[in-house]
Design a protein around this ligand. Structure first.
Ligand code: GLU
Length: 387
């Protein structure tokens, strides 16, 4: 096996998201977990973690494993039968990941997401904080869609796009889609002998989209089309994306030895993309007027605490963007607020100890966490990021 030290493709990244497709985890013939393969991936993850990389996994396989456990095999299923499979299979899937990574002394945490969590900022800031905390604690979050309760209208349905949303939400600098194909070809390679593999795609243009075959096997939800959607989501948030063949054991080590893949490089870092998003894209829902002490704290990259707030205006909910104004009436920062306007008004001017537990549902005492705060005038490629 090739040492991960030689890894030219993925070793340069700090926070790696790995998406594992059902077709890799579950044997298409007997519907059983591919245990040896999973153990080999756990060994690769362990090696990468030892280099200091943070790793999270978006794993499919719940419905496939549930089918086997409930005796459905490849019959076509109703929505509720599928959801029952997801419920049964998710337990087995989480256990398989826990056991495989525990053998490498790595702790796992499970996160099940629905689109409202990744798309609505008041949920998103919580999910982001939880995943970042797991990563800081050295755990590997194992993420999947909450298929047993998500209704068909409000689900991703494929983990290609879900993993891209997760990677962009938490500022992952690389997303590896482990698939049963080693990247994008100019046409489906199984049907066209003249088809050419593309090692790098700088932009997902209509011509590139026309190359996506959309082929899939009966266990996989996504095809090349959802992978290209994922590339668009990922790269605009500063996450580079790689499609690689993960079928054989030690798929990340294979990338290390230069295995064929397609790279969709991001043109900026996740921190820079997030700053431009907060500063440039979001509608401002309110203003927070602060004192000199709070202004100084923000200039040093600290969070905004309610104690430094003098006045609040506008109408905002948790997760909305607000403008932060100093005593000279100058807008010095923008950020995503952690409290709604009623809570912020109650907390305003109070010390953190007085706010702890005040709103029942959480112990968050920052009004705008430093992770969600961008100083105005701060170069978006500058170094004041808190991720
Ligand atoms: N979330 C689904 C599962 O765990 C898989 C979706 C996909 O294959 O992309 O079964």
């Amino acid at each position: 096996m090739v040492s991960l030290k030689q890894n030219r493709v993925i070793l340069g990244f700090d926070r790696l998201t790995i998406k594992v497709g059902s077709a890799l985890l579950v044997d298409a013939i007997n519907g059983q977990l591919r245990q040896d393969w999973l153990n080999s991936l756990a060994a690769d993850i362990s090696r990468l973690k030892k280099t200091g990389m943070q790793i999270l996994v978006v794993s499919s396989g719940a419905i496939s494993l549930g089918r086997t456990l409930l005796g459905f095999e490849d019959k076509s299923l109703s929505l509720t039968q599928n959801q029952a499979c997801a419920s049964v299979g998710q337990v087995a899937l989480a256990q398989a990941w826990r056991d495989a990574l525990a053998a490498k002394k790595i702790t796992t945490g499970q996160i099940l997401l629905t689109p409202n969590i990744t798309e609505e900022r008041r949920h998103y800031i919580n999910a982001r904080a939880t995943i970042l905390t797991l990563l800081e604690l050295g755990a590997v979050p194992i993420i999947n869609e909450n298929d047993s309760v998500a209704t068909s209208e409000i689900r991703y349905g494929d983990n290609d796009r879900l993993s891209a949303r997760v990677a962009s939400m938490i500022g992952s600098d690389c997303l590896v889609l482990l698939s049963d194909i080693d990247g994008l070809y100019t046409s489906p390679p199984e049907a066209d002998k003249k088809s050419i593999h593309l090692p790098m795609v700088r932009s997902v243009t209509p011509e590139i989209e026309a190359m996506a075959s959309g082929t899939k096997n009966h266990l996989a939800k996504g095809g090349m089309a959802t992978k290209l959607d994922a590339a668009k989501i990922a790269t605009r948030s500063g996450t580079s994306m790689i499609i690689a063949n993960g079928t054989k054991n030690h798929p990340l080590a294979a990338l290390a030895s230069g295995a064929k893949h397609t790279l969709f490089p991001a043109s900026q870092s996740p921190a820079a993309a997030r700053k431009s998003w907060i500063l440039g894209t979001l509608e401002i829902s309110g203003s927070i007027h602060i004192d000199d002490g709070a202004a100084l704290a923000i200039s040093k990259g600290k969070s905004l605490l309610p104690v430094g707030v003098k006045n609040i205006s506008g109408d905002f909910d948790r997760g909305d963007a607000v403008s932060i104004i100093d005593p000279k009436n100058i807008e010095i920062a923008r950020g995503l607020v952690s409290m709604n306007q009623t809570e912020a008004s109650k907390a305003m001017g109070k010390k953190s100890e007085a706010i702890m537990g005040m709103f029942g549902y959480m112990n968050r005492t920052e009004l705008v966490h430093s992770d969600n705060l961008v100083s105005i005038g701060q170069s978006i490629t500058g170094n004041q990021d808190h991720e």
